[in-house]
Design a protein. Structure first.
Length: 331
């Protein structure tokens, strides 16, 4: 730091201000200091700064799975939002969600002195009253029904499934069959609950749920039990991959989409517009979810604000060619 100060012709205190991102340095002086840092290959000592400020500039992310589209997009959104605020992210994956696994993950993160933690565990493990998170460390939870005890940010799963189901009913379909995600998933359970409630509100008795595992294969295999039944004219799959599998089964059975069967997915993956026909689906705003997670976490880290409670990010229906009135043209 002394070498940088000498080369830039400023005090060590000015170099410290620039290194720590303080705003009380004029632009010309800042540029001169940054040029000197670059010339000398100077890098601030993060460990020393953490000891001095009590903050590491790092946020931990505990995540159950990277295999699902939603989790990958959520992680990407969190990491990008954190980077925008000058924070690095440290990922701790968990293979099997449990109280012990969550506790172990917090121990591992505490060894790396993170300033706060985002938990993305797509399971009911955090919905239980027995789950206790360490005190004193800011935490935001995604994709959970952890309630008002914690800060929760999530897509409005209920609203999204309602939009999907109501879209098919509005097209005149007398019934909507549902291929759900696994029962262990909070988002899958919430979407199923909403699908059922939407049908019941229309005085329609919901048919049995077909339980999938988010994969294209499960959507394909489950839809095979539906396509031979002429009364099946509308399918709502809990994600786009299972919708794709269902569409494969429909094509193989010789039925047309959407003239014979309409299909709606959930997620609005990058590929969904390239399915044949292009898939009607529910769009999730993962960028907004990630930004809200980081905003709430930093509000607690920096300002000590209480951000407990649940914030839901709205979804929207993306209508494409896989849905239409029965026997009609795409809507």
């Amino acid at each position: 730091m002394a070498d940088v100060a000498k080369l830039a012709g400023v005090s060590g205190q000015t170099v410290s201000r620039v290194a720590n991102g303080h705003s009380n340095v004029d632009a010309t002086t800042r540029d001169r200091v940054l040029d000197a840092m670059k010339t000398l290959g100077y890098r601030p000592n993060v460990a020393a700064r953490a000891l001095r400020t009590g903050r590491s500039g790092s946020i931990g992310v505990i995540m159950f799975s990277l295999s699902t589209f939603g989790n990958r997009k959520t992680l990407d959104a969190i990491a990008m939002a954190a980077a925008d605020e000058g924070y690095a992210t440290t990922l701790i994956p968990i293979l099997h969600p449990s109280q012990g696994a969550v506790s172990d993950a917090f121990v591992r993160l505490s060894e790396q002195a993170v300033d706060g933690v985002v938990i993305v565990i797509e399971a009911h493990v955090l919905d239980s009253a027995e789950i206790v998170l360490p005190a004193g460390l800011p935490v935001v939870i995604v994709d959970s029904d952890a309630g008002e005890r914690y800060t929760v940010v999530d897509t409005d799963q209920y609203q999204g499934a309602q939009l999907a189901t109501q879209h098919l009913l509005d097209l005149g379909h007398p019934q909507v069959w549902h291929i759900s995600g696994p029962p262990s998933s909070f988002s899958a359970a919430r979407r199923t609950q909403s699908w059922r409630a939407t049908l019941e509100a229309a005085n329609i008795v919901p048919p049995p749920v077909l339980i999938g595992d988010w994969s294209t294969t499960s959507g394909y295999e489950l839809a095979q039990s539906l396509v031979a039944r002429p009364e099946v004219t509308a399918i709502f799959a809990a994600n786009d991959q299972m919708a794709l599998g269902a569409m494969m089964a429909i094509h193989e059975a010789g039925r047309e989409i959407p003239a014979s069967i309409s299909v709606v997915g959930f997620d609005d993956t990058e590929e969904s517009g390239a399915f044949w026909p292009p898939l009607t689906t529910i769009h999730q705003d993962f960028v907004a979810v990630g930004r809200l997670c980081i905003d709430k976490l930093i509000a607690e880290i920096v300002g000590g604000h209480d951000t407990t409670g649940t914030t839901l990010v709205a979804t929207r229906l993306v209508a494409r060619s896989s849905t239409a009135p029965l026997g009609g043209t795409p809507h």
